[in-house]
Design a protein around this ligand. Structure first.
Ligand SMILES: Cc1ncc(COP(=O)(O)O)c(C=O)c1O
Length: 417
């Protein structure tokens, strides 16, 4: 590969979808009468991150230091035509995949971890903290913090902590400190442990613990997903994909990605929104977490304790405890407000797939393309396979975002839940 050409594929700016939404986003609301959400966000987020969360500007220049770091962790990521999969499915259209598993930490999460840790370091804070489901976000946070000389405290959802012990090793290698959440490190964690000692944990509980930890220790909270700023940073995925398609003279007829809180999906698909309606966009969730089909579009809490602001989104309720599926990163009750709005307005469609369909899709993708994708990404692949089967005689160009690799998730094959 020619490095100079590669470098040009990385965009200079992040893209923010907010000015291109069909109607203004409903503003966030305080979750509790005694806490001002804006005051709280001011305390837990680096100022630049907070500014980017609420900006109406379409483009935000990526700082040179962050561009440099993006190159170091493997951007741009490849866009590959899945010819063997096409053949196996007997499809006469084309399937491409954008492979975020090729980054140093193995998923898209590093795209926003880097700028957030960079802005935290610039402010001279004591460290950064966050929650993690499957461990991809925790790994990205730990590495990004380490790159900028900051300690990191990561609250890993208990069920994932138990299912994926090697993730802890990875985070430790990146100089991160990890505990199973709920933990005894925070008052909220201790309360949950007392009330529900056998809880598998949820991302909502992990967020609440990390926010409390940030407030008590002069740390900054790293936003994994849901909030707009993380989707904006992830727009490097979709912008690169557009350039790569342009270079090979292709047009995306269909884009498919998986949704936990919406960060890889928004980052991958939103840069296509200003181009009009001729690209079909499909957001796929686990059928165990059916937020778009069974959730309500309403104001709801982002975290279980109700510390962060309420936002208008599709939600199954902040106290919803999803089943212990292997795709830990999809066990979240809500979805980003901008994605929720685009789904509500019909611009983006949703799909759901079962764990069995996902395992089958992961196997097929592995034995055709050689890529062992993350279980979360397996939802996008399963959804794409479903799409192909339902449109077998159409010659569309389908692009799937494979948000991460699954080398640390291999226990899902062969073990029963
Ligand atoms: C590989 C991978 N893909 C997808 C997700 C879902 O998160 P999001 O919807 O924010 O992209 C996660 C979350 O942990 C993940 O690790």
């Amino acid at each position: 590969m020619i490095t100079a050409m590669n470098k040009e594929i990385i965009p200079d700016n992040w893209y923010n979808v907010v000015p291109d939404l069909p109607e203004p986003l409903a503003p966030p609301r305080d979750s509790k009468s005694d806490i001002s959400s804006i005051n709280l966000l001011n305390k837990i987020l680096p100022k630049e991150v907070l500014k980017q969360e609420f900006t109406f500007k379409r483009y935000e220049k990526i700082p040179d230091e962050v561009m440099e770091a993006y190159e170091q962790i493997g951007r741009p990521t490849p866009l590959i035509r899945a010819k063997n999969l096409e053949k196996k499915l007997g499809y006469s259209g084309k399937i491409y995949y954008k492979y975020e598993g090729a980054t140093a930490t193995g998923s898209h999460k590093i795209n926003t971890a880097i700028p957030q840790a960079y802005y935290a370091m610039k402010e001279g804070v004591k460290g950064v903290t966050t929650e993690t489901g499957a461990g991809q976000w925790g790994s990205a946070t730990a590495l990004a913090a380490s790159l900028y000389g900051l300690p990191s405290q990561i609250f890993m959802v208990k069920i994932s902590f138990e299912q994926k012990p090697l993730r802890k090793t990875v985070m430790n290698l990146y100089n991160g400190n990890v505990v199973a959440s709920p933990s005894t490190l925070t008052a909220y964690g201790r309360k949950i442990l007392k009330e529900h000692p056998d809880t598998p944990g949820t991302l909502g509980i992990g967020i609440s613990e990390a926010v409390e930890y940030a407030l008590d220790n002069d740390y900054r909270y790293m936003v994994a997903s849901v909030m707009n700023v993380s989707l904006t940073h992830q727009s490097v995925i979709g912008q690169e994909t557009k350039k790569q398609l342009e270079l090979i003279g292709e047009h995306a007829d269909v884009l498919i990605g998986c949704v936990g809180g919406g960060s890889n999906f928004g980052g991958f698909t939103f840069p296509f929104i200003p181009d009009g309606d001729d690209t079909e966009i499909i957001a796929t969730t686990a059928n165990e977490v059916p937020k778009f089909s069974k959730g309500d579009y309403k104001y709801d809490l982002m975290d279980s304790a109700g510390i962060l602001p309420q936002v208008r989104m599709y939600s199954l309720g902040a106290d919803f405890v999803p089943p212990t599926i292997y795709a830990g990163g999809l066990r979240y009750h809500g979805a980003s407000p901008s994605l929720s709005l685009l789904i509500n307005k019909g611009r983006i469609k949703s799909d759901e797939v079962t764990e069995e369909e996902v395992k089958e899709a992961l196997r097929t993708f592995a034995n055709t393309q050689g890529i062992i994708a993350a279980p979360e990404s397996g939802h996008a692949i399963a959804s794409a396979i479903k799409y192909v089967k339902a449109h077998i005689n159409e010659k569309k160009t389908i692009v799937v975002n494979v948000s991460g690799h699954g080398y640390l998730d291999l226990s899902i094959f062969g073990e029963k839940k």
